[in-house]
Design a binder for this molecule. Structure first.
Ligand SMILES: Nc1nc2c(ncn2[C@@H]2O[C@H](COP(=O)(O)OP(=O)(O)OP(=O)(O)O)[C@@H](O)[C@H]2O)c(=O)[nH]1
Ligand SMILES: [Mg+2]
Length: 452
């Protein structure tokens, strides 16, 4: 199965000067050679590029550049050919058909990367990072994906896993000598190793929240009483008329979301229905939704309007927000209308003063948000877990290690100890793919596009 040569368009369909058609497999060079007129590709060294024409029965289909990668020095570890052609849908379709006629097969989604994994060019978490990298939309998510694709935490995990394997085999060896009551595996050393692994795992699990936020954007809820200017602020942040603004209280009834990139970090702003008691059933539902969104937020912008509410009233609103236990910033809107004495009185609550309508102070607000999430200065060496599958496996590893520790303490027999260590190894291996099932691989690679 793995010996057939696969072909797919590697670049996006549609506009663009160049299309790259990629082949991988033992027959890649021979197949292209049959339709390529130029140098004999079979005679060329790896990592070289050759100009020539692709011909169908003597008719020139296109002038192309052909890149040659000889196994195992390629993305997939197999022979790889990349044909750079002119990006016409017609040319691309004909060329792929031609290659299939000459012995290639159309690739499945993610099949190039799957082969890279099966041939040991990437581990599973690195392969997943390829998908993330392609999907990355901000400097931060890009950095996390690159880090992971280049090895990331799998290197650390592999080392720890190997040490644990050593212990597993020593403990299992004890089973063969069970009559004689010997201990090959030093229990104290095992305890130290487990503590070390636990430490790394804890850090990785803790990084998940941060990593996930980087990948998916920081959810920031804009909340406050009706008419304080929440929708106006959303529009100003997005620099477009995204939400309806009016001087009628209760204009926004449902949540409205959109993303912007601030200094490399994706923020997802969520405009909400103004909070008040209301008999209007639809508005009441909207307010309920606002409260739910506030609880789920990573950060709340609590917007107040001193034209509507006096300082004490605003203070009591803030006290309510504080109870949610979600980080928040207090922002006073409509400074353009604010009288000096009221402004002074408001300083006590240390808000940011803005005018959403006139775009005053909004830049400072953005900077405050960045400081608050503390994500923009990511260390290039920071290892972050962004994948729910990985975090699951890490949690399961943690559980198994706890059982190993408990086992050492209660001096259970070696066979139970060995079983728990094997469990931990299994879950650690799931992350890097040292342990994998067809279902798991299917699940991961089917999410890729064809050509990746
Ligand atoms: N003077 C002044 N008016 C503003 C400012 N920001 C918003 N407004 C006005 O305040 C009114 C309400 O603005 P919205 O953005 O619709 O308020 P909201 O908080 O979304 O209101 P609801 O959706 O009803 O909860 C509109 O008439 C805006 O033009 C500001 O900075 N200065
Ligand atoms: Mg609104």
């Amino acid at each position: 199965m793995n010996h057939d040569t696969i072909v797919a368009l590697a670049t996006a369909t549609g506009n663009g000067a160049i299309a790259v058609i990629r082949l991988s497999g033992a027959g890649a060079i021979a197949i292209v050679n049959k339709i390529f007129k130029g140098k004999d590709l079979a005679q060329q060294p790896s990592h070289t590029i050759h100009f020539g024409t692709i011909r169908d029965n003597g008719d020139i289909l296109d002038e192309v550049l052909v890149s040659v990668f000889i196994a195992p020095h390629s993305y997939t570890g197999e022979h790889v050919i990349e044909i750079s052609a002119h990006n016409s849908r017609y040319i691309v379709e004909r060329m792929i058909q031609l290659l299939i006629q000459h012995g290639a097969r159309a690739a499945q989604p993610g099949e190039f990367t799957l082969r890279a994994f099966l041939n040991g060019r990437l581990d599973l978490s690195q392969a997943e990072a390829v998908a993330d990298l392609i999907a990355s939309t901000s400097a931060a998510s890009h950095q996390v994906a690159i880090q992971q694709m280049r090895g990331g935490f799998s290197t650390i995990l592999k080392q720890l896993r190997e040490q644990l394997i050593q212990f597993a085999s020593l403990v299992e060896l004890e089973l063969d000598f069970s009559e004689e009551d010997v201990e090959f595996a030093n229990r104290e050393q095992l305890r130290v190793l487990i503590a070390e692994i636990n430490d790394v795992i804890q850090k990785l699990i803790a990084s998940f929240e941060r990593g996930n936020v980087l990948k998916n954007g920081v959810p920031v809820v804009i909340a406050g009483r009706p008419n304080v200017g929440k929708s106006t602020l959303l529009n100003t942040l997005l620099n477009e008329e995204r939400a309806i603004v009016s001087d009628i209280a209760g204009t926004t009834r449902d949540t409205i979301e959109d993303e912007i990139n601030i200094s490399g970090v994706m923020f997802r702003f969520i405009d909400t229905a103004g909070i008040r008691d209301t008999h209007d059933i639809i508005e009441a539902k909207g307010v309920e939704r606002t409260r739910a969104k506030m609880r789920q937020a990573r950060l709340i912008i609590y917007l107040a309007d001193p034209q509507q509410d006096d300082v004490d009233e605003i203070k009591s609103q803030i006290a309510e927000v504080a109870q949610l236990d979600v980080p928040f910033v207090v922002v006073v809107n409509k400074v353009d209308l604010l009288k000096q004495d009221k402004l002074e009185a408001l300083r006590a609550i240390e808000p940011l003063f803005i005018s959403a309508k006139n775009n005053v102070g909004v830049e400072d607000l953005k900077q405050a948000l960045l400081r608050k999430v503390n994500l923009h200065n990511l260390d290039a060496e920071d290892v972050l877990v962004t994948n729910i599958r990985h975090v699951d496996a890490l949690r399961k590893t943690e559980g198994a290690l706890q059982r190993v520790l408990a086992g050492i303490d209660s001096t259970v027999t070696s066979d139970f100890l060995a079983m728990d260590i094997r469990q931990a190894l299994h879950h650690l291996g799931e992350i890097t793919g040292s342990v994998s099932t067809d279902d798991l691989l299917d699940n991961i690679f089917s999410k890729f596009c064809i050509g990746k």
